[in-house]
Write a protein that binds this ligand. Sequence first.
Ligand code: NAD
Length: 355
Amino acid sequence: MADTNNGGKVRVGVIGCGGISGSHLPNLDRFEDVELVAFCDVVVERAQKKADQYGGVVYDDAAKMLAGTQCDAAYIMIPTYAHGTPERTCIAAGVPFLVEKPMGLHPDDLRKLAAEVTASGLITAAGFMNRYRTSVNRVRELLAGDPAILMDGAWIGGPPLDRDGDYFAKNPIGQWWPVKEKSGGQFVEQVIHTVDLARYLGGEVAEVFAYAANGFNKKLPNLVTNYTNDDAMVVSLRFESGAVANIMAACSAGVSGGVFLNVWAAHHTARFTDWGHHLKLYREGEQGSEDIKGDLGISSPDSIFTLEDRAFIDAVKSGDTSGLKSCHADGVRTTLVCLAANESLETGAPVKVQY
Ligand SMILES: NC(=O)c1ccc[n+]([C@@H]2O[C@H](COP(=O)([O-])OP(=O)(O)OC[C@H]3O[C@@H](n4cnc5c(N)ncnc54)[C@H](O)[C@@H]3O)[C@@H](O)[C@H]2O)c1
């Protein structure tokens, strides 16, 4: 439980002050029982910018931050390749943390890290905010009595292009997102949200098989020069329940991409569309569909990031983790499924997921 010597406020230290911090920090700033006390980033100017906005002390290193400023909780929001040291720093300091997905890049390191985090007994949250959606939880509830048999999902986007003033050219993420050796590739870095929902709705994944399309983006004259991601992937999952799923990724579709996930069970069909995961739910024997509009806000007071942040802060304050939808160890399991897809690409064979 958080130390209440700070007037009941949870003192939060931030590790990584890039793009996604913009979806969490406004919430934490708005919460009356939270104080943003410190910011750290290996590019210290990014930490300074956040401190200028929210107050707090600035560091260039997580260990220095947790040694120099009393933090009751930390937010870890760093690139895929950078995981390990920040989490271990939190363990050493006994500081609970919320960590953005994916949880890491190398299966062996990740299994070891997950064991260390679990042994520490720290409260943790993995940044799979879609698990807080009303639409998703409505379907999960129904599937408990009518299990998923087949799912298909996709996250289809365009290529990272270096046009004048383009996002990837100007933002930090452009330095690592297009580089598979750093991000894990689009399937690991982005489509992991859909894989996580497939696990949340369908249970544990036993085996993974993947194909990739490559060489198409390389023909584009303005592709970012550091690009090594796969252009597209199809990944088949076999669940322990016996269910199957097909999840697709593309960062090569120039026009009309999108996000979707369809779930078929014996008595229900659920169709989620777009980033908001708007739901059309069809039930056996009923006309039409039950529709639930997904929330679209990134940092509005009722956004799913807000729900996720609230759940984490409440858990840190009370010691009760029942409101958390995913912890570090669970996030590692989803990450290992995605990394198994990369292994399948390398071996050309199905991969049994080792947790
Ligand atoms: N939940 C979501 O929908 C969502 C959306 C976007 C990004 N993310 C995830 O958040 C993470 C960060 O993404 P981003 O878009 O903010 O990237 P980013 O590149 O914009 O920011 C990452 C920041 O971390 C800093 N950093 C790197 N190593 C560090 C270290 N060891 N200690 C402290 N700082 C370090 C970088 O300098 C950079 O400023 C990624 O894992 C990404 O997948 C999640």
